[in-house]
Design a protein around this ligand. Structure first.
Ligand code: PHE
Length: 459
């Protein structure tokens, strides 16, 4: 792997430090896929499908990925690559270079704030996965039944000390990887973790085909009952498209800022979107056969993965090993996402304060960890602390997914499509006339109108 390059000479401007680059094209794509694929695909997607009633949600979600998510990934990378700095300074600089006002900084600032808020609860769920890895290793799933699986999960939620311990471990791991830096840390870690993910999921799907409920799962995921569709489902699908592609929170702007000029943004974005969607659907195909074969409730919420899968691991041959592998996979996927969530905040501190990378990572990690305590207490001691009728965990989740991410993503695409010089954008995207025509329609009209329509409909 190429060494970290410091680009200090090339782009240095003002007082803001400029940073190193991805060591290769494939290294960047792997890291971007690592950011996109995470708890969102394996923990959140299935339970949201279940809560929204199945295929209608899935199809709207797929539409959001293709028509809205894809152009926005490209827009965020384009902005990041032009700015070469943390999302806030990047927005300021790209806006200034194009004669636009300071107000665009809000996109970078809102996105960075969203990343911080998301990581605080994301780390709590990462902690659940760590706790379950320990349970799987200890053989707790052997011979487990419906009721004891539910008790195991509710026992974890009811125990703030355990939740705090695992949340702390998860945060420590995240900070450790981020502190090592972008080429050596993020890239190398992700390269190891991603292939393992694909293989283990396929094993799970393979098991799903033997349960006798595989057909029911396929039906549930892909045969829509449009009566289940309302504005709430559409907003949830849009919000999840942003969440799962890591959009609207400065993450892709930050990852783009480590890019060199020679990468084909459109192809890279398509690769990320396809990989992310494939993993989510594969996770659905791994989980729903088990749900149906055991007569479980698909709409049971955030506990779905944690309450259903131990039943399988408890029953099948080799379940102990499979259980350990699965939760290890979930943790890997979560880590490659959480490191990307910490990145915009770290990048900001590193470039705007005298602190180096390690100190910045530790400070950002500590702040996120502290907020995460509020999130984990909403499952027990603070369950009756409600803000706007939501506990802290739900508030952080809903505020970010349903409001901040779509708003910041909308800002990014409108900025690129309407406020940057068109010819320079065409050059950046390296598209022929037809491709650029399609880009223009999607980026100028379809994606912004889609986000606005969904917002409007849900008011
Ligand atoms: N995309 C990640 C997932 O699906 C979550 C994430 C959100 C990561 C935002 C980075 C930024 O789990």
């Amino acid at each position: 792997m190429a060494a970290i390059e410091t680009a200090s000479g090339a782009h240095a401007m003002g007082a803001v430090k400029v940073h190193d680059h991805w060591s290769s094209r494939i290294g960047f794509i792997i890291a971007a896929v690592g950011s996109a694929v995470g708890l969102g695909n394996i923990w959140k997607f299935p339970y949201m499908v279940g809560q929204s009633g199945g295929a209608a949600f899935v199809l709207v979600y797929l539409g959001c990925i293709a028509l809205i998510g894809l152009p926005i990934i490209i827009a965020e990378w384009l902005i990041g690559r032009r700015g070469q700095k943390n999302p806030i300074n990047t927005m300021a600089e790209v806006a200034r270079a194009n004669g636009r006002g300071r107000g665009w900084v809000l996109i970078g600032a809102g996105g960075t704030l969203a990343a911080f808020l998301i990581l605080s609860f994301y780390s709590v769920i990462g902690g659940w996965a760590l706790a379950y890895l320990a349970e799987a290793g200890a053989g707790s799933f052997t011979g487990i039944d419906k009721d004891s699986a539910a008790t195991l999960f509710s026992g974890l939620l009811a125990n703030p000390g355990r939740l705090l311990a695992w949340h702390s471990v998860f945060m420590l791991l995240t900070v450790g990887v981020v502190a090592m830096g972008v080429s050596t840390g993020l890239e190398r870690a992700t390269k190891l973790m991603m292939p393992a993910l694909g293989v283990i999921l396929l094993v799970m799907v393979g098991y799903g085909t033997t349960t006798g409920s595989f057909g029911a799962a396929v039906d549930y995921l892909f045969t829509p009952d449009w009566s289940k569709l309302d504005s709430g489902v559409v907003l949830a699908a849009l919000g999840h498209a942003f969440f799962t592609l890591s959009l609207g929170m400065g993450v892709m702007i930050a990852y783009g800022s480590y890019l060199r000029q020679d990468i084909d943004l459109v192809r890279a974005a398509a690769t990320v979107a396809v990989a992310d969607t494939t993993i989510a659907l594969t996770a659905g195909l791994a989980i729903f056969p088990i749900v149906f074969a055991n007569g479980l409730d698909p709409s049971s919420g955030p506990g779905l993965v944690f309450v259903t899968l131990p039943l399988t691991f408890g029953k099948i041959a080799g379940g102990l090993v499979l259980g350990v592998l699965f939760f290890a996979l979930l943790i890997f996927a979560a880590l490659t996402s959480s490191i990307s969530l910490l990145e915009p905040v770290v990048e900001l501190l590193e470039e705007r304060t005298p602190m180096g990378r390690i100190a910045s990572s530790v400070v950002a990690g500590l702040a996120t960890w502290a907020l995460g305590i509020g999130a984990l207490l909403s499952f027990n001691a603070w369950s009756d602390v409600l803000i706007f009728g939501q506990n802290i965990f739900d508030l952080l989740d809903k505020l970010t997914s349903k409001f901040m991410l779509p708003a910041c993503g909308l800002g990014a695409i409108v900025f690129v499509a309407w406020f940057l010089d068109r010819e320079s954008v065409r050059k950046d995207l390296d598209l022929g006339p037809v491709g650029f025509g399609i880009w223009n329609v999607l980026a100028r009209y379809v994606a912004p109108a889609g986000v606005i329509a969904v917002f409007w409909g849900s008011l």
